[in-house]
Ligand binder design. Structure first.
Ligand code: BES
Ligand code: MN
Ligand code: ZN
Length: 486
């Protein structure tokens, strides 16, 4: 893992990275004044290079300049755009890529710049993420980044938060990228157990098929019934003594989604190992809250099941009795996510009775149809809560868009044979799924947020701090939101 160190002056000058700002579209790019200014001749050279190399200062631009025999021997001019946190994040990721063959670089930071440090560090760490070193190109050589700041002690906490955020995002990416031949529900539970071990205030309870049956988790059992690898409900609880607020985070944990008896066609199934990205994100966020010792109680529920096709699989037309007693008719076994989430939401509302309830789920393909590849679809009946969470998500460099819990479609959830129909063929897909979940939130009805994160959970290409594959979407936004709750 890349080591980032705060220093008050450059200690090793092999490669020096100088930030370049873009003032506006018609003003030229310019060097950003830094806490530890470079030597006069270095500064003069860098200043001359900006027009000569036609640098724009756009976030993510990185230009290496060799100075044989000089100190430093290499200069990297790094575009940081407007200099806000998100632009620095893109710059950090670009630097991780541009300097992947160097072992050590020194970055000069502006004076008093916690947002710049936060963005730079997260960008460096997230941009150099590799899935267990199996990706083409292998591990980057870049091992150490010294960041020159005015007062290292004053920024230590900011760096720590960035490291934890990036490490937990990396954990969520690892879990989500892992092939489904490895990550069945029991494996996921074992990973959480290993990650939580040793924290005195983290409590873990894993329910297997017998306990789920005894307690009436009918949705999880139905969806998991077709698999040789039985379902689990992983309940992880960060319970600090000084907590005044209790948040429950629920994440969809389908370790592979074939669609079940209503089987998916080949193109729709190829990436369905990612269908537990919600469970990965909420679990990683809880571990992050514990690592940062945030003074808020966070309980995560990961209902885990593999949606398979077999003689024991549930069928279209089946009626499921969910936790708490509500029943649902299913006519499409591919609408499985809402069935496992319904149990977990009902359990949270009835037994855990938190102050706030949030769920993250790769719930519908309709998320991408409505909003494209990078925005989650956020639903809530509570404007303040929706705004708070959207603000945290945005501030952390992720994106979501509020969608309506349109009452017009509630009637489509009606069934002749059960309390609810789980897969009506009318109404907007992502909205109807949200409305179905809403029915299970009980007393938490107006203190609940649902995010359909099917689209942003995966990236088809390298984009700023995103690498190809799982993005770990949600970890950053949730952690930032939890930090504000204390
Ligand atoms: N896991 C899928 C949703 C999904 C699709 C996630 C694409 C990521 C990318 C979910 O279980 C599903 O199959 N949803 C159906 C719902 C339909 C059957 C009502 C869908 O979106 O088609
Ligand atoms: Mn499905
Ligand atoms: Zn699914």
């Amino acid at each position: 893992m890349l080591a980032i160190r705060l220093v008050s002056g450059p200690e090793r000058l092999d490669t020096l990275v100088l930030p370049v700002r873009r003032e506006g579209s018609d003003t030229p790019a310019m060097l950003v004044p830094t806490a530890s200014p470079p030597a006069d001749e270095v500064r003069a050279e860098a200043t001359a290079l900006i027009p000569a190399a036609r640098l724009t200062g756009e976030a993510g631009e990185a230009r290496e300049h060799l100075r044989p025999g000089g100190t430093p021997a290499r200069l990297v001019l790094l575009g940081v755009g407007t200099g806000d946190e998100q632009d620095w994040r893109a710059a950090g990721a670009a630097l991780a890529r541009a300097a992947r063959d160097e072992t050590h670089v020194t970055v000069a930071l502006p004076v008093d710049a916690p947002a710049a440090l936060r963005g730079l560090a997260e960008g460096l760490l997230l941009g150099s993420y590799r899935f267990r070193l199996t990706e083409a190109g292998g591990a980057p050589a870049l091992a150490e980044v010294d960041v020159v700041v005015a007062d290292p002690d004053a920024l230590a906490h900011t760096l720590d938060a960035a490291r934890t955020t990036a490490a937990m995002t990396g954990l969520a990416r690892d879990l989500t990228n892992t092939p489904s031949s490895v990550k069945n529900p029991a494996w996921f539970a074992a990973q959480v157990e290993a990650a939580a071990a040793g924290h005195p205030d983290l409590h873990l309870r894993v329910r297997g098929p017998e306990e789920l049956a005894a307690e009436g988790f009918g949705g999880i059992l139905a969806v998991g019934g077709g698999s040789a690898s039985g379902p689990r409900l992983v309940e992880l609880d960060w319970r600090p003594a000084d907590a005044r607020t209790h948040v429950v985070l629920v994440g969809k944990g389908i370790t592979f989604d074939t669609g079940g008896i209503s089987i998916k066609p080949v193109p729709a199934m190829k990436l369905m190992r990612k269908d537990m990205a919600g469970a990965a994100a909420v679990t990683a966020a809880c571990l992050g809250a514990a690592a940062l010792r945030l003074p808020v109680r966070v309980t995560t529920l990961a209902p885990l099941a593999e949606n398979m096709v077999s003689g024991s699989a549930f069928r279209p037309g089946d009626i499921i009795r969910h936790y708490g007693g509500l029943t649902s008719e299913t006519t499409n076994s591919d609408a499985e996510g809402r069935l496992v989430l319904a149990d977990a939401l009902a359990y949270a509302a009835r037994e855990l009775k938190p102050d706030l309830l949030v769920d993250l789920a790769t719930l519908t393909g309709a998320n991408a149809v409505a909003l494209g590849k990078r925005h989650g679809a956020l639903y809530s009946a509570n404007d303040q809560l929706a705004a708070d969470l959207l603000g945290a998500i945005e501030g952390a460099g992720e994106r979501a868009w509020r969608m309506p819990l349109a009452a017009d479609y509630v009637e489509y959830l009606g069934s002749d044979i059960a309390d609810l129909h789980s897969s009506p063929d009318r109404g907007a897909g992502s909205v109807v799924a949200a409305l179905f979940l809403h029915e299970f939130t009980g007393e938490l009805r107006d203190r609940w947020v649902h995010v359909d994160m099917s689209a942003p959970s995966w990236s088809e290409d390298v984009h700023a701090e995103l690498t190809k594959g799982a993005t770990g979407w949600g970890v950053r936004g949730l952690l930032r939101w939890l930090t504000t709750l204390g």
